[in-house]
Design a protein around this ligand. Structure first.
Ligand code: GFB
Length: 325
């Protein structure tokens, strides 16, 4: 996904010559960050589960003391769609709190020069003004289906602010909208909507089914950003932003779930009917991120949803095993 942008702001940080840890490199976001860092003149570090269990503080401290990354992109997290969040609240809250606390504290202890913490726009109140400005954080009740993950991610933002305030750490927080792209989870129970619908439409087409199921009413609105654009924005922010306010990252465009399903069916070539399963939750009605702060810094993602869907589906056709994981 190429990203055209004009960097109006001068760099505040250089990656050249630095050792950079992409924490969570096997996930969709982490692998996109490792891809995006390839052209940078830096050394990319990764840690497998055998190297360190990121929920264990002593293992994180041991690995960071030994590896001494100078920059950290914190993409490691326990993630999932609306049903996974509602089904496993303890896991979503506990694991994300432990991962971020361990890595952010160890980054302070080992003198990491720059850390980029990746959260999510689900941190905002269910009824936040739309588009949602960063200032809406903590101004109202959260969406119940993902409040556990949201609280963990809010804590991550606060950890970055606290270590900046008390210790002068240059730790920043980026809050991406719903992401999709290569390396996504396609499990129909735990995935997000976009990869789930791509798989359902593909399987319905291949099997000759007359219809495919879409959860909820189809009326909620969602914003989507290709993960390669997020990775580019995260690297841009590392170079061009240093502040205690978190920064939204999104495409600025939203679609209804029904429109998304119809568009996915066109891309896949499935012409059957959509059946809406009202027993499944809609979740928050809208969560369109206000991305004016990011644009003022000089970043504009070049990808649009249709081209992102086509490239993502082409990738799945080239490696259908991705949908069976
Ligand atoms: O992507 P999704 O699971 O999570 O669901 P959220 C978005 C909308 O798509 C909901 C509908 O209204 C779902 O009912 N939907 C329709 C489906 N068909 C499907 C389907 O087959 N699978 C899924 N999963 N949804 C997530 C948070 O909220 O947003 C995460 O739970 C994270 O923690 C993520 O923050 C960015 O967009 O509602």
């Amino acid at each position: 996904m190429s990203t055209a942008r004009t960097d109006m702001s001068d760099p505040v940080f250089q990656l050249d010559g630095k050792s950079v840890w992409g924490a969570g490199h096997r996930g969709m976001v982490g692998s996109a960050l490792v891809r995006r860092l390839q052209p940078e003149k830096c050394t990319v570090l990764t840690a497998d589960r055998d190297d360190a269990d990121l929920t264990r503080q002593e293992e994180v401290e041991g690995w960071m003391n030994a590896s001494r990354p100078q920059v950290v992109f914190l993409a490691a997290a326990k993630v999932g769609g609306i049903q996974a969040n509602a089904s496993y609240p303890a896991q979503f809250l506990y694991e994300n709190l432990m991962i971020e606390a361990n890595i952010i504290h160890a980054a302070f202890q080992t003198g990491v020069e720059k850390l980029v913490f990746l959260g999510s726009t689900c941190i905002y109140p269910k009824r936040a003004p739309q588009p949602i400005p960063e200032e809406a954080l903590l101004t109202g009740p959260l969406e119940p289906t993902n409040e556990w993950y949201a609280i963990a991610k809010i804590a991550g933002i606060k950890l970055c602010q606290a270590y900046r305030k008390q210790h002068g750490c240059d730790f920043i927080a980026a809050q991406p909208t719903n992401l999709y792209g290569p390396g996504d989870n396609h499990d129909l129970e735990t995935s997000h909507v976009l990869p789930a619908l791509l798989r359902k439409a593909h399987e319905a087409k291949v099997s000759g089914a007359k219809a495919m199921t879409v959860w909820g009413s189809g009326s909620p609105l969602r914003e989507f950003l290709h993960v390669d654009d997020l990775a580019d924005a995260a690297v841009f922010l590392a170079k061009h932003y240093s502040g205690d306010g978190h920064i939204n990252v999104g495409s600025g465009e939203e679609v209804s779930i029904r429109e998304l399903a119809e568009t996915i069916c066109k891309v896949v070539g499935f012409d059957g009917a959509l059946q809406f399963d009202a027993s499944k939750p809609d979740g928050t009605p809208r969560k369109l991120a206000d991305v004016s702060k990011l644009r003022e810094l000089g970043w504009n993602e070049a990808g649009d949803l249709m081209s992102g869907l086509r490239s993502t589906y082409d990738g799945l056709l080239a490696d259908p095993g991705q949908m069976a994981k």
